[in-house]
Design a protein around this ligand. Sequence first.
Ligand code: ATP
Length: 267
Amino acid sequence: PSGLDGTTVDVPTTTFDDIGGLEEPKRELTRAIEWPLVAPELFEDLNIEPPAGVLLYGPPGTGKTLLARAVASSSEANFVAVNGPELMNRYVGESERAVRRVFERARSNSPSVLFFDEVDAIGATRTQDSDSPATERVVSQLLTELDGVEGREGITVLGATNRPRRLDDALLRPGRFDRVVSVPLPDHAARAEIFRIHLADKNTAPFDSDGLAERTDGYTGSDIAAVVREAGLAAIESRLADASDPPATGDGHPAIRIEAEHLRHGL
Ligand code: ATP
């Protein structure tokens, strides 16, 4: 459900198995977010401070949002999502208050993962913005809230950005986004896995995931999802063209087959 403040709260069903590659970020998030949420007493007992916040950075479409949802799911935590640009634009002049409300929402839904997508829109370097007084106040509010998060109170803050250099340095200090995790483009093995994941629940002709990976160097996970969608639409098109009424379903009719022309849709 979407709140009046533009945030959404749900318990995601995405799992780490739905995400191809990204072994390092999965491991990092498990340690930094899942463990403190599911076994806070161990952190207490061993006197280990969990990170206050984790920042995911990498190109668009590489799976940052998926990772965030998956770790909320594996932690059995609520997922409270906030879009940075939306928070800044929708509440012009009131973004400061919106930041405060978002943290309240995360607290009242604890255990929770509070996810700021495109966090750089909020935390852009204060001096680099023309409307700096407003930006300045929003950033300081965000800093205040982050400082108020005790890792042990059942909320963890996760941020995602494509432009980590735009982030205000103050956000990266200890006790804030103090773990920075890279979410890179998928390599060959990861692309093959992403094709397998996206084709697994579909009616597909036999396919060669290695061959597909070979031909999609530089594609993101989201590009691969677009390729699969395009191939799916082509299969629907050819069934509709089969002149049968109603459209043909089931065995003997064209299944999804990824052709060269569909690959172009990724990029
Ligand atoms: P943005 O920076 O644009 O918000 P993002 O990094 O958050 O992008 P996601 O929203 O997580 O990217 O990914 C978009 C879609 O691309 C996903 O819903 C999924 O279908 C697909 N996708 C991306 N990465 C992967 C992956 N590693 N494994 C499987 N699917 C992926």
